[in-house]
Design a protein around this ligand. Structure first.
Ligand SMILES: [Zn+2]
Length: 258
């Protein structure tokens, strides 16, 4: 993928100004720095969000902001929680403020269509809140904002090839089969294939208990078994995500079908 005309950070200011005057969609990948088991890097959520956002931007002629590589607090039920080395959590108020400021600054330059593409479940409500606060600023009164997690565009049907058994649900999928397959497809060099193995049985309760008690989360950090992931299945899922996201963006922003 030629990202030269896709990444805002690679454009000169007149190039940026020209793209904005076309009412191009501006896209922000939002990730996290969070443990992802024994076989995936801490920046997994940022890498997946960035790659998918760039592919989407190429399809809709959009431009991509530098990735937010930190995210909201990792919860035990969906990310393993705070006890793993390397996880860096933003306070919710910090992520709200970051999102609000970035969107407001884009509005100041005349952007009217903004998409935040999330790679980390816990970011969802905070990014939506930042988007709403930005929208209340008179500068951004013309701004339309889409906040979308890549997993939100997938149906249970799409997941059948990866889960001939049963899909355990998105919370348990942390550093498990889906993220592993996407990383194998999008960033194969970053996957430690020899570290993909079974995970301990654990409770993983649906509520939040702080600090996370022992035995609530598998020690490996993956919340479900990552085995069964393949690059082939990951490529298939990535294609479905980008196709469907492009369809949603065109509809919500009333873009043509080019
Ligand atoms: Zn993740």
């Amino acid at each position: 993928l030629d990202t030269k005309s896709i990444r805002i950070s690679d454009l000169t200011w007149p190039e940026y100004a020209a793209r904005i005057s076309d009412q191009s969609v501006v896209l922000l990948p939002v990730g996290a720095l969070e443990q992802h088991g024994l076989h995936l890097p801490l920046s997994t959520d940022a890498i997946i969000a960035e790659r998918l956002t760039e592919q989407l931007a190429a399809r809709i002629d959009g431009i991509v902001l530098p990735t937010l590589t930190y995210g909201a607090r990792s919860l035990a039920r969906s990310g393993g929680g705070e006890q793993f080395s390397g996880t860096v959590n933003l306070d919710g108020s910090t992520l709200i403020a970051l999102t609000r400021d970035i969107i407001r600054e884009q509005a100041r330059h005349g952007v009217t269509r903004f998409l935040a593409l999330l790679g980390h479940g816990e970011n969802d409500h905070f990014v939506a809140e930042g988007a709403e606060l930005a929208r209340r600023d008179p500068l951004a009164s013309n701004m339309r904002i889409l906040v979308m997690g890549w997993w939100q565009v997938l149906t249970t049907n799409d997941l059948t090839p990866l889960f001939p058994d049963a899909f355990p649900g998105w919370d348990r999928e942390h550093a498990a089969r889906v993220e592993t397959a996407l990383m194998m497809a999008l960033a194969p060099d970053q996957v430690r294939l020899d570290r993909i193995g079974p995970v301990d049985a654990a409770i993983v309760p649906p509520y939040v208990m702080l600090p996370t008690p022992n035995g609530h989360v598998p020690e490996q950090g993956s919340l479900a078994d990552p085995r069964g992931a393949t690059a082939e299945l990951g490529k298939g899922l990535a294609k479905i995500i980008v196709d469907r996201a492009a369809e949603i963006v065109r509809r919500e922003f009333s873009l043509g079908n080019s």
